[in-house]
Write a protein that binds this ligand. Structure first.
Ligand code: HEM
Length: 602
């Protein structure tokens, strides 16, 4: 008698994947069997057992037989690996053993042992020593990432310096990330983001946990509620009417940098919603321009790759001086925000307005005045500043850029522009100005905005996530602490998900698709505002501003391309927010029946 090795693959259904601890238990209970490896086959998971049997020699070159058991065991194949065997004994022995193993497997699985065998890291391109793939990425990260997905599949890894990055670009994997939402709800801020977020005291970079939940709850419940947003309609209306009057008076028939114009309009609107009653007139204008300067610097500092973040051992040298520059920008940012808060505090109780008319700063200060920072909704000074800065920086450029992209696409597609105008004429009429109550009936305009978001998501890679523990996504492990990008840009343009994906066709978001593709991140193939717990909390405000401003500008004016051009250059430029590389220059001409409508702002 001599020992023989037999490889016995058993096919289990997906739910019955066997984990490493389970294999260990099987080994303990059945010492003559050792689990060898697991390989996928025909969509099933196979567990190979290696039999060490002491058998009487006989001739059995190969044996195969179907077997059935209550344990989902679908077939059993045995190959002679080493030596001879007595056929009958092997079959009976193997059958008994397999049934026993299956029963134990079931028993252990029923006990809820869900731990999986460690899966490998995702595939990915090789880089250079120390700096990794950094030199090969190019400046258009969203496009490089999309190209790499073609080479390495919908989940791949990159080493940039000492940091591991994982990029995900398929709906089924996005769904899996959402299934592990808590694990993926943390962020790993860069040095610049840490400083500019008042030490992670804002919402966007706050570590996932109780403080983040508190800030987010305050933001959503107190600042983004329908009541609060309806109350601030008067501010949006004032700014839009003023902008329309200015264009009518000063820019009719003249070239206008539309992106710049949209940015000023949005930033004035957002700032007035944040602390409208603090700074008026010239003082307000000056403050706005200071804030815009600091906001632009902040975006640049947070957008540029920083060697200190990628190779932490070099951080103390601050080779690109990013940290130094960020502290300088932060000092000015803090000064501006602190002075606004101080000024409001000085106004004191005497100047209090009713609950309805409160701006966002007042709402936050009232929560701060509770004094008890442990209380459920009480917030600190730094958290107030963090939330204000999130709204100023996170809400302005994203919204104005989307207005510009939508306009650029409509200029390129006169048929779509005509449909927008027809709808505006039918719903509002040329003798009236747009009001927010008209917006729910502007279905085609809404579809055009959604389509612009599909082709040009302002944050094409969302804001990266950082898993708090190792997690298996697809067949791969994403280790704790990796930086995870979800490539919305790639999925929004994937030909397997969209018909003619590069064409601008608002119709794809009409009818039943209008609800299917919302902004809340419910779809795994369309999510311009992100998905899961960290989805953008500013959606209600962004949506109101986008729809109202675009409807007003398109209703009030006919827009033509400047300099006799017939084409719009849609080349984009990567940054934290992806913008048009070349400015969209347009010439407005009035379109409303009554000139008085352009003067409603006094
Ligand atoms: C067109 C406009 C906007 C777009 C496209 C946009 C997009 C996004 C995206 C993609 C994220 C990351 C979501 C994720 O990680 O899954 C995000 C987060 C965030 N956005 Fe927006 N956003 C817009 C407007 C706004 C506005 C108006 C505000 C505030 C007034 C705002 C505040 C925030 C904040 C605070 C976060 C961080 C959320 C968190 O980490 O919990 N956004 N936004």
């Amino acid at each position: 008698m001599r020992p023989c090795n037999y490889l016995v693959p058993i096919t289990f259904s997906h739910q019955l994947e066997i984990s490493r601890p389970l294999s260990n238990t099987i080994n303990r209970k059945f010492p003559h069997i050792s689990t060898q490896k697991k390989v996928p086959y025909n969509g099933h998971s196979h567990l190979f057992f290696q039999f060490h049997l002491h058998c009487i020699a006989s001739q059995l070159p190969f044996y195969q037989t179907p077997l059935h058991s209550t344990a989902n065991l679908t077939w059993l194949r045995m190959e002679e690996a080493n030596g001879d065997l007595q056929q009958g004994k092997l079959v009976v022995g193997a059958f008994v053993t397999i049934v026993a193993v299956s029963i134990v497997a079931f028993w252990l699985m029923k006990k809820g042992n869900k731990t999986r065998q460690a899966a490998p890291l995702p595939p990915g391109p090789r880089g250079l020593p120390v700096i990794g793939y950094l030199p090969f990425l190019g400046i258009h990260l969203h496009k490089s990432f999309t190209q790499l997905a073609r080479d390495y599949g919908p989940i791949y890894k990159l080493w940039l310096g000492h940091k591991l990055y994982v990029v995900i670009s398929s709906p089924s994997l996005v769904k899996q990330v959402r299934d592990h939402d808590v694990t993926f709800s943390d962020r790993y801020p860069s040095t610049a983001s840490k400083i500019l977020s008042f030490g992670r005291n804002d919402i966007a970079f706050c570590p996932y946990g109780a403080e983040w939940r508190k800030l987010r709850k305050v933001f959503v419940r107190e600042l983004m509620s329908s009541a609060r947003l309806n109350a601030s309609y008067v501010l949006r209306k004032r700014h839009v009417e003023k902008a329309i009057k200015d264009v009518y008076q000063k820019k009719t028939g003249k070239a206008l940098d539309f992106g710049q114009f949209a940015f000023m309009l949005i930033s004035n609107t957002v700032l007035s919603m944040l602390w409208g009653s603090t700074a008026h007139g010239e003082q307000g204008e000056m403050l706005s321009s200071q804030i815009r300067g600091v906001a632009e610097e902040s975006m640049v500092l947070q957008g540029a790759p920083n060697i200190s973040d990628l190779i932490p051992s070099l951080a103390r040298f601050d080779l690109q001086r990013v940290e130094r520059k960020t502290h300088e920008t932060f000092r000015r940012l803090d000064q501006i925000v602190s002075s606004i808060i101080e000024e409001r505090r000085k106004l004191g109780e005497g100047n209090r307005v009713g609950e309805e008319a409160k701006d966002l700063l007042q709402v936050l200060l009232d929560l701060n005045n509770h004094g008890d920072y442990a209380a459920e909704s009480s917030i600190t000074d730094n958290q107030i500043k963090g939330i204000l800065v999130d709204s100023m920086i996170g809400g302005t450029d994203t919204t104005s850029t989307t207005i510009e992209w939508t306009m650029a696409e409509l200029m390129l597609h006169p048929d779509a522009m005509q449909k927008v105008h027809k709808e505006l004429d039918e719903v509002i009429g040329r003798s009236n100005a747009v009001e927010e109550f008209h917006l729910p009936r502007l279905h085609y305009l809404e579809a055009a905005i959604k389509e612009a978001f599909r082709l040009h998501p302002a944050l094409p890679l969302l804001v990266p996530r950082c898993p708090t523990e190792d997690c298996q996504i697809g067949r791969y492990t994403i280790p704790k602490g990796a930086t995870v990008f979800i490539n919305a840009y790639a999925m929004h343009r994937d030909p397997q998900l969209w018909d003619s994906p590069l064409e601008f066709r608002p119709e794809r978001f009409l009818d039943e698709n209008a609800a299917k593709f919302d902004y809340l991140g419910n779809s795994s193939q369309y999510f311009p505002f992100g998905t899961g717990r960290r989805v953008c909390p500013g959606i209600p405000m962004a949506e109101k501003m986008l729809n109202y401003i675009l409807a007003s500008l398109l209703h009030s004016f006919e827009w033509k391309l400047a300099h006799g051009s017939t084409e719009v250059d849609l080349t984009d430029k990567f940054g934290i927010v992806v913008k048009l590389e070349k400015p969209l220059v347009l010439i407005p001409t009035p379109r409303l029946a009554n000139p008085e409508l352009y003067y409603s702002y006094s």
